[in-house]
Design a protein around this ligand. Structure first.
Ligand SMILES: [Zn+2]
Length: 132
């Protein structure tokens, strides 16, 4: 068994108690996590704005109910769509890459055309509450 004193991750003070404990107190743990979240929040805001804006552009082009639409790339360019930012990507069996923006995705259909698709979440297709 090690006799070395563990240091609190936040205040560097001694930590006593169970194995694996990394903070000296509930306060230190709470401040540490608060600051961690705040730092992430500040850094994420400008990128989140771009992602939200990109999704809004796709929503505007698609309208409320369409599930897919082919558009001229120039239309997306005109709306200042930022192709470099997306939430995740998927490559299909033919090697086509789908770039997601949350529940929407786009892929280069041709040099001038982009195919936009909407992925409906299964939860949204069901009623929120079961009807009697
Ligand atoms: Zn501490």
């Amino acid at each position: 068994m090690s006799t070395s004193t563990r240091k609190c991750r936040y205040c560097k003070g001694p930590v006593v108690g169970r194995k694996g404990k990394i903070f000296c107190s509930v306060e230190c743990k709470s401040i540490y996590h608060y600051r961690l979240r705040a730092a992430t929040f500040d850094t994420a805001i400008p990128i989140d704005k771009i992602l939200h804006r990109n999704r809004s552009i796709l929503l505007e082009i698609m309208g409320k109910n369409k599930s897919q639409k082919k558009v001229d790339k120039i239309e997306m360019d005109r709306k200042k769509f930022n192709y470099s930012y997306f939430t995740h990507s998927f490559t299909n069996s033919k090697g086509k890459v789908y770039y997601y923006l949350y529940d929407f995705a786009w892929m280069a259909f041709s040099d001038q055309e982009v195919l936009i698709i909407r992925k409906r979440s299964p939860a949204k297709d069901k009623p929120a509450f079961p009807t009697p």
